[in-house]
Design a binder for this molecule. Sequence first.
Ligand code: HEM
Length: 227
Amino acid sequence: MAKTTSSKLLYWISGPRLPLLNLVAALITCAVIMARRDWVFNPPALVRLLDIIARVSVVFFLLSFVARPLNEVFHSKPTRWLQKNRRYFGLAFAAWFLQHLWLLPLAQVKFNVFGRFWMTGKFAFPAITILLSVLMVVTSINRAQRSMPGWKALHWIGMQALWTWFLVIYLKFVSLRPDPYVFLYVGLFISAQALRMGLFARKLIKKERPARVSTPDVALGKQQQSA
Ligand code: HEM
């Protein structure tokens, strides 16, 4: 009975509903934070919001980052579900993370929160990363996946750029803001990449092995043996 309810719930939050619900949740969060500050935008509220949207988006980012490798390792029902909904986890990440698109310009125009930071090279990498996230969302439809040249490269580079910037920030936080969740996130980011790289290396090794076995002589010898 309980199992049916949990499967039903899983089914209900699968697919496009997942990012849509998250978009609603992200917008409500923004509204609530501002309501607590008397519906007035002010720098501390904006910074708090940036922290929250980034922190929540990490969870969805990591799930979409490891969905495929996790399923390759475990082949279980939840990991199959995760892999099948990988795109929607990516979009749920964007639903939170891309609140940057209105929060950052607002913070700058109204309060000059970032000051001269905008003019420096330091701004380039995170800005490009946000742009890549937008491109990934726009090209997340089936048609683009099937027909767009460079689709795979775009999504690979985008995911790696996000992973890199998240890790850079949380590594900085290890000394600046050493909360337990910071250590947890750093550990999860490093483990997720290690898992992906490990499986990639395993695939490369597997690819090399049959090539050595199936040289013409060996293949012929095998045929003769079986005859
Ligand atoms: C130019 C673009 C960006 C600007 C101006 C910006 C600005 C900010 C600001 C002001 C904060 C609050 C910092 C504080 O609490 O003192 C913040 C938090 C954060 N941002 Fe960004 N951000 C940008 C892009 C990005 C990107 C691309 C990522 C990740 C790939 C990212 C990830 C984070 C994280 C992880 C936090 C902290 C969340 C936490 O408190 O756990 N940001 N950002």
